[in-house]
Design a protein around this ligand. Structure first.
Ligand code: ATP
Length: 482
């Protein structure tokens, strides 16, 4: 079985040396992706195309190769070539008729043949014999040499006949690693999945950075979608997944920053941390899924204030894209299913977020922020090889309780503002307040002999925090659901 790989047109218009370099990289990328399917796969370069050849002839193998080739950046399209051993012109005619006969009804056509090696006939003989034979045997619209409805391409190499059976669309773009690497800030929603994909397709090696704002389930979801994206489109290269524990940073913002500015400040903290991680990995750009006007932090004014925080280039491929178009791409590439069930977690939700942040005011708000907290988070960033993400995160089960057992202590984990607005009192129960961002540092100070029922208004954060605590080995936690 053989495939002819056509390079993306943007590659073919490059100068000879650039085209050769890109073609070489593509050849190596294809080898990296297909090798696990076929140890002995052969790939050779031929001017403006690559030839992939396998000696495994099963249908499942054919389908697996097609699926993989369709997801490798840099390929415009690929032709599937069927190979036969032939000895005579009549055999060539019969095999060509078997493959194309049905398509020729009422259509004009011509036959083009290319020949290499020793045969007793010329290319012209083949074109005439096969063209004339097909015209007699099939109910065609006649032979037409210029602009026919169908052109049948035959290739002969010694006693081998190659017939092109199907053309498949490729992904387009540039081969991975022909462009510089980027660090994609990945929250797992529709947007960051699509923006990451666009950079993979454009030839970047995309590494992923996730800020864990306190939700273990969110991280589990992000790990899944990152692994999916990498495996499907980027597996020719190894990349890194970096998880930065941002819980304390969120806590510091909630405590020290004015409510309306919390969103912009959180994004600035993410950019600071993202830039520091990128620098450690020698990466020159961050990628986000931000899109103008989508949420309050994504106005031009606010994005400008966010960008002032770092010299690192921040790329936003979706800045002018419509949400529906982003969702359509997410469906097409397969990340939508992950985005739909992503338990996104954000403890920083301003009641009336500013859409016109002033740099001076934001900088002033940040003077209250303890930057040691951010430094600690950056130091604690956990870097993994993306292949490790194949292993699914098994999250511990959490129990719910309506508070029947009065010995159980209710732990109100809402933010201080929420708690102040609507204090919780449960008759017969001791209620302890401990905002969620203090849990990781203060939970250990509680009496380990007691069971704690975590409470928040919607039951989402309490569940996520309970999972988080259980993961750290605390079994004395449940979720309070009155
Ligand atoms: N927890 C996070 N970790 C890493 N990056 C994040 C995180 N939260 C947001 N980002 C980055 O900021 C961008 C904007 O996030 P925001 O939450 O404002 O919008 P969004 O529409 O929810 O984005 P998405 O659809 O990608 O989740 C995201 O696309 C992503 O690049």
């Amino acid at each position: 079985m053989k495939f002819i790989i056509k390079l993306h047109p943007e590659i073919t218009i490059k100068s000879k040396s650039v085209r050769q370099r890109m073609s070489k990289i593509l050849q190596s990328n294809i080898r990296n992706v297909l090798k696990p399917l076929d140890e002995n796969i052969k790939i050779r370069s031929d001017w403006d195309k690559l030839i992939v050849r396998t000696n495994i002839f099963t249908e499942s193998h054919r389908l697996a190769l097609i699926e993989s080739l369709a997801c490798i950046p840099g390929i415009q399209s690929f032709l599937e070539v069927i190979e036969h051993k032939v000895e005579s012109l009549d055999e060539i005619l019969t095999l060509t008729q078997e493959m194309f006969g049905d398509q020729l009804a009422g259509k004009t056509f011509c036959v083009r043949a290319k020949r290499r090696g020793q045969q007793s006939f010329s290319s012209l003989d083949v074109e005439r014999y096969v063209g004339g034979g097909l015209n007699q045997r099939c109910d065609t619209g006649g032979v037409k040499l210029k602009k026919p409805d169908i052109q049948i391409n035959l290739e002969l190499d010694g006693e081998r006949l190659y017939l092109i059976s199907q053309q498949h669309a490729g992904l387009g773009g540039y081969p991975i690693a022909t462009q510089e690497s980027v660090l994609s800030l990945m929250s797992g929603g529709y947007d960051s999945g699509v923006s990451s994909y666009q950079f993979i397709k454009r030839g970047s090696r995309v590494h992923y950075c996730f800020f864990n704002l306190g939700g273990a389930e969110h991280e589990a979801g992000v790990r899944e979608v990152v692994y999916y994206l990498w495996k499907k489109f980027g597996s020719s290269h190894r990349v890194k997944f970096i998880s930065v524990p941002f819980e304390e940073v969120v806590g510091e913002i909630l405590e020290k920053v004015d409510n309306g500015h919390m969103g912009v400040v959180l994004k600035r903290m993410m950019m600071r941390a993202g830039a520091a991680v990128a620098e450690k990995l020698a990466i020159n750009a961050l990628v986000t899924g931000e899109s103008m006007g989508q949420v309050s932090s994504q106005t031009v004014t606010n994005l400008n204030v966010i960008d002032r925080v770092t010299d690192t280039l921040i790329l936003r491929p979706l800045i002018a894209a419509d949400k529906q178009d982003i969702i359509d791409i997410a469906r097409q590439i397969g990340t939508a299913a992950y985005a739909e069930k992503m338990p996104e977690y954000c403890g920083v939700i301003s009641q009336s977020p500013t859409i016109k942040a002033k740099l001076g005011k934001v900088e002033h708000e940040e003077t209250n922020f303890d930057f040691a907290v951010l430094d600690t988070a950056i130091q604690a960033a956990f870097v993994e090889d993306v292949r490790k993400l194949e292993q699914k995160w098994e999250l511990p089960e959490v129990e719910f309780s309506q508070g029947e057992d009065l010995a159980e202590v209710i732990l109100d984990i809402r933010s201080p503002e929420e708690e102040e607005e609507a204090p919780l009192s449960v008759p017969g129960h001791k209620v302890v307040t401990m905002p969620f961002f203090k849990l990781s540092s203060q939970f250990t100070e509680l009496d380990p002999g007691k069971t704690y029922l975590l409470y928040c208004a919607r039951g989402v954060m309490s569940r996520l925090q309970a999972i988080h605590l259980k993961e750290q080995g605390f079994d004395n936690v449940k979720v309070y659901k009155p």
